[in-house]
Ligand binder design. Structure first.
Ligand code: 2RA
Length: 347
C-alpha cells in the first residue's frame, strides 16, 4: 500500500517545494502528515486540490509514518530524526546533521543510488528503517553536472566557484534581498536583519562559519560530501577539490563555475555529448549567440543547465575542461533530490 508520508518543516521554502514536487510527480501517498513548529501549527497548506492543516511537531508525531522528509534545520533533525526511525520511518533528511555520519547514505540519485541498497534502507519488509541524507544544494548541482564526465574519465582535480542564491539562506533572506533592492533604488538601504551589510547590488563571501584553515563550512561541505558521494574513502583516491562560495543577489538558483583536470583525455565535444545524454542536466551552450545558462533559466526547473564547456587552455590538450552550471537551489538542490531518493524507495 502507498506509504504514510510526513513532511517535517512543511511551512518552509523547501517544505512547500516538497508538496509541489510530490504532487507533480504523482508520488504514491496513502496518508500525508504535515509537521511544523508550534508557531506554524494550524496553518493550512495546499496539496493539489486538498487543504491540509499543519500539526505541531513532537517526539510522538511519527506513529505509523513510513517516510519522513525533513527540512527544518539540523537541530530538529538531530533531535527527532532518530525518533522517527525508532517509530519505523525511513527519514530523508535535507539538513547537514547526518551527511557525514558513517553508515548514513548521502545520495544524489543520478550519481550514487546504490548507496541506499548498500545500507539496506527501504520500505520493504526485509529493509530497515534509517536515515538517508540529502547533500548540500551546491554539492548536488555540481555533481549532477560533472558526474557524467567523471564516470567516463576520472576527474582528479576540481576547482569550483559558486554564485549562490538568497534562497539558500532561507525565505527571510529572499524577502530581505527584495526589500533592500527597493530601498537601494530609492537611495538608502536601511533593512539589514539577515546579513550585517547590503546584499542588493552586492555580493559577498558565503555566510557560513569561517574555519581556521580559511575555508567556510559551505566550501568544506562541497569537498567532503563529494568524496563521500563518489565513494572516495582512501586519501589517495580522493579527488582534489577546492571551492570558493559566494552569495549573490539572485533569488533561488545557484550558479557554479567548474574547472576540471582529468586522469586521461576528455575533449569538449566528448563532454558535450556525455552531458547531453545524462539524466538531470540539459545543455545551454550556444556560442554563436553567446547564450549560456542563467539562474532564471534554471529556477523552478528539475534539470541543471550546463554551458561554457571548453578546453582549459592552461592545461595540455584533453586534460583540462571548464564549464558553467545553474540549478534551482530549492528544487534540485533540496526538495526534488529528496523526492527522487524517496522514489527509489517505492520502486
Ligand atoms: C546555502 N547551501 O546556499 C546552503 C543552503 N542551506 O547557503
Amino acid at each position: 500500500s502507498a506509504p504514510h508520508v510526513a513532511i517535517v518543516g512543511a511551512t518552509g521554502a523547501v517544505g512547500e517545494e516538497f508538496l509541489r514536487v510530490l504532487k507533480q510527480r504523482n508520488f504514491p501517498i496513502g496518508k500525508l502528515t504535515l509537521l511544523a513548529s508550534a508557531r506554524s501549527a494550524g496553518k493550512t497548506l495546499k496539496f493539489g486540490d486538498d487543504e491540509i492543516t499543519c500539526e505541531e511537531l513532537t517526539e510522538d508525531s511519527f506513529k505509523g509514518v513510513d517516510l519522513a522528509l525533513f527540512s527544518a534545520g539540523g537541530s530538529i533533525s538531530k533531535k527527532l530524526g532518530p525518533a522517527a526511525v525508532d517509530a519505523g520511518a525511513v527519514v530523508v533528511d535535507n539538513s547537514s546533521a547526518f551527511r557525514m555520519t558513517q553508515g548514513v547514505p548521502l545520495v544524489v540519485p543520478e550519481v550514487n543510488p546504490g548507496a541506499i541498497a548498500e545500507a539496506n534502507i527501504g520500505l520493504g519488509s526485509d529493509n530497515v528503517a534509517g536515515i538517508i541524507a540529502n547533500p548540500n544544494c551546491s554539492t548536488i548541482i555540481m555533481l549532477v553536472a560533472i558526474n557524467p564526465l567523471h564516470q567516463a574519465v576520472p576527474v582528479k582535480r576540481m576547482i569550483v566557484s559558486t554564485y549562490q542564491a538568497a534562497s539558500g539562506a532561507g525565505a527571510a533572506a529572499m524577502r530581505e534581498l527584495e526589500q533592500q533592492t527597493r530601498e537601494a533604488l530609492e537611495g538608502e538601504v536601511t533593512t539589514k536583519d539577515i546579513f550585517p551589510f547590503q546584499y542588493a547590488f552586492n555580493l559577498f563571501s558565503h555566510n557560513s562559519p569561517m574555519q581556521p584553515n580559511g575555508y567556510n563550512q559551505e566550501e568544506l561541505k562541497m569537498v567532503h560530501e563529494t568524496h563521500k558521494i563518489l565513494g572516495q574513502v582512501e586519501d589517495a583516491d580522493k579527488m582534489a577539490v577546492s571551492a570558493t562560495c559566494i552569495r549573490v543577489p539572485v533569488m533561488r538558483a545557484h550558479a557554479e563555475s567548474i574547472n576540471l583536470t582529468f586522469d586521461g583525455t576528455m575533449t569538449e565535444d566528448q563532454a558535450r555529448d556525455l552531458i547531453a545524454a545524462a539524466p538531470g542536466v540539459s545543455l545551454i551552450d550556444d556560442r554563436d549567440n553567446n547564450r549560456f545558462p542563467t539562474p532564471l533559466d534554471a529556477q523552478h526547473q528539475d534539470d541543471c543547465y550546463v554551458g561554457r564547456i571548453r578546453r582549459d587552455l592552461s592545461q595540455p590538450e584533453g586534460v583540462g575542461l571548464d564549464l558553467f552550471v545553474c540549478g534551482d537551489q530549492v528544487r534540485k538542490g533540496a526538495a526534488l533530490n529528496a523526492v527522487q531518493i524517496a522514489e527509489l524507495l517505492v520502486k
